[in-house]
Write a protein that binds this ligand. Structure first.
Ligand code: AMP
Ligand code: GLY
Length: 426
């Protein structure tokens, strides 16, 4: 069969790499792709905001499944339009992707279905938001309601910071995403990323993972899209997984059905494992309507089953027939980013040594912000490479990832040297 994959990140490179291994695949079309994905399929350049053009391409090329990687086309309703055109799609409709598209919507579901989450309030004007901050005090978390490319969350340590965050959001710094503000109590604990596939009826949990949000070693510096990840996350015990399914995921899927907007796709719950009297409880921080990036890279490295039947079953509503097999071996990915990220950075520097990394065992380099130009790989984004190792233990996977990093020559790049530290602290 022919498949069209939408996206250009490390997440999509990992999905493409996995899809390309399936004996069910004829051609994988990838739009817009990146500098590393041509080995997985045929790169094309569609305007993903032009849904009619995407549908026309799919029809002209006998595409039997469209896989949507990032959130923006989901929230824009690409899955809706593909469904009208009878083209199977992996990814939720815009009415379901609102779980990521509106933090306030998700918080209301949590309230109505008793899903554990931080105490919150929603505001459409600055004065009432500020009154609430004065009443609650700091530290407090101020969020733009809509999609803000991972930048719309301000962890305010003081009331002053909280008030200026409110002004910033309502002042238009996040465009339409800031028409509403959600204010939350600060939760404390360890975070974990939890993924399920769901067709709206069956929920199939994937293996667990943990991300590293901060830019520098020791979890210092500003938040990023994620600087590295590993799977499994040892903190997610079987009991915590069962609790997350029962108390968070299943009620959410039920809520979306009750609203008449069933969720079909991968549902990514960002969890905070809060602790009271030595007992950990998963609390929902937020939902995403897509795979995590870079968590997807470690999940794909560990997935032993063919991914295509699972993606199709989500699209066609037959997920109860699917069982996924995973490698016991952990995987760990380290993000190499351009110096300056997550703030401003230069584009266009050359990366060398990738062929040496490819020759190493137990390692896979996924590209994110790269492009191929005159046979050279150039960095054109913030997060640029995801160097991924596997091994019998997390320490071995980490070692294999850093071995590959050490043969990559890229003056303008940097990475954290401590990815996996929580799992390795013993
Ligand atoms: P989000 O974009 O909502 O995932 O938030 C980004 C990051 O901000 C999360 O991964 C957490 O590290 C942090 N965060 C968001 N909400 C809270 C909260 N209520 N308490 C503590 N940390 C939070
Ligand atoms: N790694 C975090 C995210 O994908 O949102």
């Amino acid at each position: 069969m022919n498949i069209l994959l939408i996206g250009s990140g490390g997440r999509e490179h990992a999905l493409a790499w996995k899809i390309a291994q399936s004996p069910l695949l004829d051609t994988l079309f990838i739009s817009p792709g990146n500098g590393g994905m041509e080995s997985c399929g045929t790169i094309i350049n569609l305007d993903v905001t032009d849904h009619r053009a995407v549908i026309q391409f799919a029809k002209d090329n006998n595409v039997e499944l469209v896989v949507i990687g990032p959130e923006a086309p989901l929230v824009a309703g690409l899955a809706n339009d593909l469904s009208v055109a009878n083209i199977p799609c992996f990814g939720p409709t815009k009415e379901a992707a609102i779980l990521e598209g509106s933090k306030g919507f998700t918080k209301d579901i949590c309230k109505d279905y008793n899903i554990p989450t931080a105490k919150y309030a929603r505001f459409t004007d600055a004065n009432s938001a500020k009154d609430y901050v004065s009443k609650e005090g700091a530290p407090i978390v101020i969020k733009a309601d809509g999609l803000a490319a991972g930048k719309g969350v301000i962890m305010a340590e003081t009331e002053k910071d909280a008030l200026s965050a409110i002004d910033e959001i309502f002042g238009g710094s996040f465009g339409d995403a800031g028409a509403e503000v959600v204010i939350e109590e600060t939760l404390y604990g360890e975070e974990a990323s939890f993924f399920v596939l769901t067709d709206g009826k069956t929920c199939l949990p994937l293996v667990t993972a943990q991300d590293h949000k901060r830019v520098f070693d020791g979890d210092k510096g500003p938040n990023t899209g994620g600087m590295g990840a590993y799977s499994p996350a040892p903190i997610m015990t079987d009991e915590l997984i069962a609790q997350t399914m029962r108390d968070i995921i299943e009620p959410t899927v039920r809520a979306m059905n009750d609203k008449g907007t069933p969720y079909k796709g991968v549902l990514y719950a960002g969890l905070m494992l809060t602790e009271k009297d030595g007992v950990k409880t998963p609390q929902l921080i937020e939902y995403n309507a897509r795979f995590g990036d870079p968590e997807c890279q470690v999940l794909m490295m560990r997935m032993k089953s063919d991914i295509i039947p699972a993606l199709l079953a989500v699209a066609n509503g037959t997920l109860e027939t699917v069982d996924l097999e995973w490698s016991e071996n952990p995987a760990l990915t380290v993000v190499m980013a351009t110096k300056g990220y997550p703030d401003s950075y230069e584009k266009g520097s050359e990366i060398k040594g990738l062929e040496k990394a490819d020759e190493l065992d137990n390692c896979q380099v996924f590209h994110a912000g790269t492009k191929k130009e005159d046979g050279k790989i150039k960095a054109i984004g913030g997060r640029v490479l995801n160097v991924t190792g596997v091994g019998a233990t997390i320490a071995e996977a980490q070692n294999n990832a850093y071995k590959a990093i050490d043969v990559i020559e890229w003056e303008d790049g940097f990475c954290r040297r401590d990815i996996g530290w929580r799992a390795l602290k013993g």
